[in-house]
Write a protein that binds this ligand. Structure first.
Ligand code: ADP
Ligand code: MG
Length: 1041
């Protein structure tokens, strides 16, 4: 190779055209020095890639702040923190890290950083290699799930309007676009994405803070199969703000769907629903006096929602019934009452009752009665008592809220059915293949805060607690695994506030429940007094009565104040009891049960009416669902997105420092930074560190061939790092001060011109030599015409073509070599199976062989890189560190019966091995031989072929992660010729599976930790692998599918 590159006339075009292969070679550090040299030349000439390598955000820190807050020199200064955020925000750099936490500032404008190309940029790239991005976090989480085989979750927090929902949508989109698609679930990505507009239409509304504010909490699990393709999803919804259905604050709207229906629904539909296009005509839509929002197109969104409903799998009939309910809520809002002379209440709007009768399929007179009377059971006897005017109004509102709230839950269930791969698979998701996304209401402080804000802020307290525990814990764990001593950091533990709210018997929720259940005269004020009595003196609880003079002036007598970790909030107790009770009169429930609208039928169950037991109160239900959520999140590896809103006016380019400072404070970002910095500001895996800084030390440049830790040690010694500046862990270097890193980075920056100069000099030297030779050759024939000269030299060269390289044949051989290389550059094989390779001239045979080998290596490498990171290794390393039996799993050659060889005819056996096959029923072991040809595998019983498995048909290969030799060959269910999957055992399982996977080109279909296999059509078996001292096989569990 060395000789070739020096002698061949003009080899460079080839390298310039195919330089990415060479780069790959360099990355894999298998390069000869020539390849390395060429690679570097390539780097000089391909500016785009060089920029990517050189222009790290570390280098550009002065211009755009630091991309990771841990690199802030003055990490205790809030002002420095905010200044960094501001500088980056000004440059449209809305993302910044605190270690592995992503801080995101809402740009309030479309940035061109979310394209498909951007997704590709972040795919498979290490977190710190490239500027911070939501895609980097998404990709990192995905890779952690794949490589560490642990469920992950991404927790997105921030106040209303900070960009949580947008972030969650971007993450989902990233997975939908970049993950491999599953054949059977090709449409899943679509359905996952389409669930968003539907949930937003029914669960989002315009508030003062956000034109598209989520009024419910959402946790979504995305489930991936063993190849990393999304195969299922599941949504948990939390506490929808139902009160919005009947009331909106000034400047706010009801849920989007109402306006979408009126604006977007066609005339026929509105006619059928007896609706009129003007939202001002509906009492439930006028409270906020804000029918239209400039940033929202209700008409377009209506189309999107209708399309999304059909993609998700809602039938036309279901959509119709759903809209009947939405329209009914509006009719209910327009149902009015009058008071008779004796104070009895009656309905004055008969048209609305007729509409409700028609749309909900309920009995009109029963509904009329239920809206104006209450059914009571006293001492086992049923009594009907009339409602007064106010009671009738709240019964009506309670019905509207219940109908809407329950329909929303039905909607989520329906979406879940559409996203679920298989229920039992979801629930028994033992495989580490889930990424959870939490987009839940942010901390909310309004002018008037009620029960809803109380619940929302309580939820944020819980999440903060989780955040503290998990960030501290993971940091500590990292130091432990790396063997580095840990220093503790003080932080505010908000457990005291969580207890204040949720503690049994003594917490606010318990007191509220008690007051709701207590017989006798109870009201919101009696609840407040109870709170004062029980919680007076608590450092985080204040009321007007308990407050000092200054606080008293800013609190009303109906309020209590909680000193949340994020700030103080006054809650007005008015409505707390009603909202917690969330009562719907029994006779109204009865009417709904009898509805012939299937959705309502599903939402209002008979059992609920019969069951006398009181359901849990709203706050307790919420508390319990949060407890469950915490359990779910605790079982997963968390990543965090902390969203910040730069101003309250939803304007681009405006950075309101006071507002940002407040969020930085209550999101606990400074504490987060301190925790991260208490140990070491910067950490990096040995290989990444060495790769970046190796040019700074003659011993590590261009390559270090020893142990990575020794290489890093040599490098930092050469750089003069002091002992207190860094520590070497087991796989990472930890650097204590940013300054150390910056000095190193500056040294690298200073070194780059040198490196470039050396390379440029070499390149120029080469170019000049070639030029000189060309001129010399041309000059010697100046007296004859150039063409004749060339011809003569060509003929002469042809005559001497078999001789050693000499002046006579130099021109000819150069030309032939050049032509060959040019031809080759245009005809390189596109894949590993393509064995075509242009025939080289005799003088280039050796070089051609080298190139062919290199090219093949590069194709394999590129292929491996395209598939999953854990498969990047050599195929035979697939199992290293994943399968206990790896070392002994590689076997010897096998004797094949002659008869079998004859039967196989031209299909030569490439590989054979003894296996034990287990019967699908009974699970009896049968000794067999597994032989692999180029296109199929056969299972042989001495002289008979028992089963033939075509590679094309092979769906996958599964092995366990333990030291057993079991493996399963998955065959298509629909193939009648196949009896089911083959369950096999082999002492050389690593070898046999690797060979099979390679020969069948199914490397990416190898599944470690299978669980299931098909026994026969429609029957599934489950294999449980249990650690034990010996191999013992018992019959599998069989399921019908
Ligand atoms: N990354 C972003 N790029 C552009 N606009 C954004 C981005 N994040 C948020 N926004 C804008 O801010 C609004 C509020 O964001 P949203 O995610 O709904 O807030 P949250 O869910 O935190 O209440 C969005 O409707 C959008 O206009
Ligand atoms: Mg939201």
């Amino acid at each position: 190779m060395r000789g070739y590159s020096v002698r061949a006339g003009n080899p460079f075009p080839l390298f310039f055209l195919r330089c990415e292969h060479l780069r790959d070679v360099e990355c894999n550090s298998t390069q000869t020095s020539v390849i390395h040299f060429l690679t570097l030349i390539y780097q000089i000439h391909s500016c785009g890639r060089v920029r990517l390598v050189m222009e790290s955000a570390l280098t550009a820190r002065d211009r755009v702040g630091v991309q990771d807050f841990v690199l802030l020199e003055n990490y205790n200064s809030e002002a420095a923190f905010i200044e960094n955020l501001r500088r980056r925000f000004r440059e449209n750099l809305v993302y910044t890290y605190i270690g592995s936490v992503l801080v995101s500032v809402n740009p309030y404008k479309e940035l061109e950083i979310y394209s498909k190309q951007q997704m590709e940029r972040y795919r498979g790239v290490s977190f710190y290699e490239i500027s911070p991005h939501i895609y980097a976090l998404s990709d990192n989480t995905y890779r952690a799930m794949r490589t560490e085989r642990k469920d992950q979750c991404i927790l997105i927090s921030g106040e209303s309007g900070a960009g949580k929902t947008e972030a969650s949508k971007k993450i989902l989109l990233y997975y939908a676009v970049t993950c491999p698609a599953n054949d059977h679930m090709a449409a899943l990505g679509d359905r996952l994405l389409q669930s968003n507009p539907v949930l937003e239409a029914f669960g989002n509304a315009k508030t003062l803070r956000n034109d598209n504010s989520s009024r419910f909490g959402k946790y979504m699990d995305v489930q991936f199969d063993f190849r990393g393709a999304p195969v299922g999803g599941h949504i948990l919804n939390y506490l929808l703000e139902k009160s919005r259905v009947v009331h909106q604050n000034h400047g706010e709207r009801n849920f989007h769907i109402f306006y979408q229906l009126l604006e977007g629904g066609d005339d026929d539909l509105l006619h059928r629903l007896d609706l009129d296009r003007n939202p001002q005509n509906y009492k439930y839509l006028v409270k906020g006096n804000c029918p239209r929002v400039s940033s929202i197109s209700d008409k377009n969104n209506w189309k999107t929602v209708m399309k999304a409903l059909s993609v998700i799998g809602f039938s036309d009939e279901e959509v119709q019934k759903l809209l009947n309910i939405i329209a009914s809520v509006l009719h209910l809002g327009n149902t009015h009452f009058g008071e008779g002379e004796e104070g009895e209440t009656h309905i004055t709007t008969e048209t609305q009752i007729r509409n409700l009768e028609k749309l909900l399929g309920v009995d009109g007179s029963a509904l009329r009665e239920a809206l104006t009377h209450k059914k009571l059971t006293a001492k086992g006897e049923e009594m009907i008592s009339p409602l007064n005017f106010e009671q009738a109004m709240s019964a009506r509102d309670a019905l509207a809220k219940a109908m809407y709230g329950r329909t929303f839950t039905w909607l989520v269930e329906k979406i879940n059915q559409s996203l679920a791969l298989k229920d039992e698979l979801y629930h028994s998701s033992k495989g580490s293949s889930v990424i959870g996304l939490l987009d839940i209401y942010g901390f909310e402080v309004l002018q008037h805060n009620s029960f809803e804000q109380f619940c929302i802020n309580y939820c944020n307290e819980k999440l903060q607690q989780l955040f503290i525990e998990l960030t501290l814990r993971s940091e500590q764990e990292e130091y432990e695994t790396e063997g580095i001593a840990w220093e503790t950091v003080k932080y505010f533990d908000n457990k005291i506030i969580c207890d204040l709210i949720e503690e049994k018997h003594k917490g606010i929720i318990s007191i509220l429940d008690e007051e709701c259940l207590r017989p006798g005269e109870t009201c919101d004020i009696s609840f407040l007094e109870k709170l004062e009595g029980t919680l007076g003196g608590h450092p985080h609880f204040v009321t007007h009565k308990l407050a000092n003079g200054k606080t008293r002036r800013v609190m009303s007598r109906e309020e209590f104040r909680l000193l949340h970790y994020a700030g103080e909030v006054n809650y007005n107790v008015n409505g707390f009891m009603d909202k917690n009770n969330d009562l719907l009169n029994r006779n109204l429930k009865e009417v709904m049960c009898q509805s012939d609208n299937q959705i309502l039928n599903h939402c209002f169950r008979r059992e609920e009416v019969i069951d006398q037991k009181r359901p849990e109160m709203a706050a307790t239900q919420f508390k319990n669902s949060l407890m469950k959520l915490m359990e779910i999140l605790m079982s997963k590896e968390p990543s965090y997105v902390r969203c910040i809103k730069p101003n309250d006016a939803k304007q681009p380019g405006r950075f309101d420092e006071v507002l940002v400072r407040h969020q930085v404070k209550y999101l606990g970002l400074m504490e987060n930074l301190r925790v991260r910095r208490a140990g070491f500001a910067y950490r990096r895996r040995f290989e990444a560190f060495l790769q970046r800084y190796k040019p700074l030390c003659p011993d590590t440049w261009p390559n270090w061939h020893g142990k990575l830790a020794d290489g890093v040690s040599t490098l930092v010694n050469h750089l003069g790092y002091k002992a207190e500046e860094y520590k070497l862990g087991r796989s990472k270097i930890f650097i204590r001060f940013p300054k150390t890193l910056f000095t190193t980075e500056d040294a690298l920056e200073a070194k780059k011109p040198d490196i470039a100069l050396t390379l440029q000099t070499s390149w120029r030297g080469y170019r000049e030599r070639s030029k000189y030779q060309r001129i010399r050759r041309a000059g010697s024939g100046a007296f004859i015409s150039f063409n004749v000269f060339v011809l003569i030299r060509f003929i002469k060269g042809f005559i001497y073509r078999h001789e050693e390289y000499c002046p006579e044949n130099a021109y000819f051989l150069d030309h032939v070599r050049y032509s060959f290389l040019m031809k080759l550059s245009k005809n390189l094989p596109k894949n590993v199976l393509d064995r075509n390779w242009p025939t080289p001239p005799p003088s280039l045979v050796e070089a051609s062989e080298h190139l062919q080998r290199l090219h093949l290596q590069n194709m394999v490498m590129k292929y491996c890189r395209r598939i999953q990171p854990e498969w990047k290794k050599q195929p035979s390393e697939i199992f290293k560190d994943q399968k206990d039996s790896y070392p002994q799993g590689v076997g010897k050659r096998e004797q094949i019966n002659l008869k079998i060889v004859q039967t196989l005819g031209n299909d030569k056996v490439q590989y054979g091995v003894s296996v034990v096959k287990y019967d699908r029923r009974g699970f009896k072991p049968r000794p067999r031989q597994l032989l692999l040809t180029n296109t199929y595998a056969v299972l042989v019983d001495r002289t008979k072929i028992k089963q033939r498995i075509d590679y094309n048909a092979l769906r996958g290969i599964s092995v366990s992660s333990l030291s057993d030799g079991m493996f399963v060959l998955h065959m298509p269910n629909e193939d009648n010729k196949q009896k089911g999957d083959a369950v096999l055992h082999c002492n050389h399982v690593i070898e046999v599976v690797t060979k099979l996977a390679m020969m069948a080109s199914k490397i990416d279909h190898v599944n470690i930790n299978p669980g299931r296999f098909a026994v026969a059509r429609g029957k599934e078996g489950i294999i449980d692998f249990v650690r034990g001292s010996e191999l013992k096989v018992t019959a599998p569990r069989i399921n019908s599918t």
